[in-house]
Design a protein around this ligand. Structure first.
Ligand code: MN
Length: 228
């Protein structure tokens, strides 16, 4: 094809069995654990989970040393289970979500400029610059479904400089993975290559220059990133 510019490289995440997973889009679920919704000042019963996005090229591999993001004095960590979509579709009923739709799972961190998010919320403005900035989506190696099995429970944890800050269980999601796929695929047709960040448990907090973040979910490869 006669492109006017050199096409950008395809963003990708390593697969633990070898090779890499090409990232098409990144969708994220907000307020998907009740205790986190409460710590953010929301009522998880009256305000159900909802979606936002990050650019595909916001992905960062485990082991990265990241520059501290611009325009924030309150960068927060949010450890999340990431679902890699292997087969898409529109209006997928939760009961029909199967191993064919899910390529695999990884540990992710939804980095958030919390100060910009709070200002956006107060003014009814979009969250894009709070959530979708450069290098805002560290993702560890993807474990294929054949290795990880269908994940419905497991410890999820984040440490900053070795100290546990977030600890929960993915069984405590408000919307579980089949419901997330059903809801999201009613808004957009999902496609192979999409990543879904499924929300964070309680304990989110600030990250400062020099911090080392270690994120773990039982059964998956860990994710580590550091800030210069
Ligand atoms: Mn999040």
């Amino acid at each position: 094809m006669d492109f006017a510019l050199q096409p950008p490289p395809v963003p990708a995440v390593a697969v633990s069995a070898g090779g890499s997973f090409p990232v098409r889009r990144i969708f994220c679920v907000a307020r998907n654990y009740a205790e986190h919704a409460r710590e953010m000042g929301s009522d998880p019963v009256r305000e159900p989970p909802f979606f936002f996005t990050k650019p595909a090229d916001a992905v960062v591999a485990s082991g990265a040393l990241l520059p501290f993001p611009s325009r924030t004095a309150n960068l927060h960590h949010e450890v999340e289970l990431v679902v890699a979509i292997g087969r898409g579709g529109a209006d997928i009923p939760a009961g029909q979500v199967d191993g064919g739709h899910i390529f695999g799972y990884a540990v992710g961190i939804d980095l958030t400029r919390r100060d910009l998010q709070a200002a956006a919320k107060a003014k009814g403005q979009p969250w894009d610059m709070a959530k979708g900035f450069d290098r805002s989506a560290p993702v560890g190696p993807i474990s294929p479904l054949s290795r990880a099995g269908v994940m419905t429970r497991g410890r999820i944890e984040l440490r900053v400089n070795g100290e546990v800050r977030q600890s929960g269980d993915i069984a405590d999601m408000i919307w579980h993975i089949p419901e997330i796929v059903q809801e999201l695929s009613a808004f957009v047709a999902l496609a192979a290559g999409d990543l879904i960040f499924t929300g964070t448990p309680a304990g989110v907090g600030p990250v400062v220059r020099g911090d080392r973040l270690e994120a773990r979910i039982e059964g998956l490869d860990p994710l580590t990133v550091s800030f210069a």
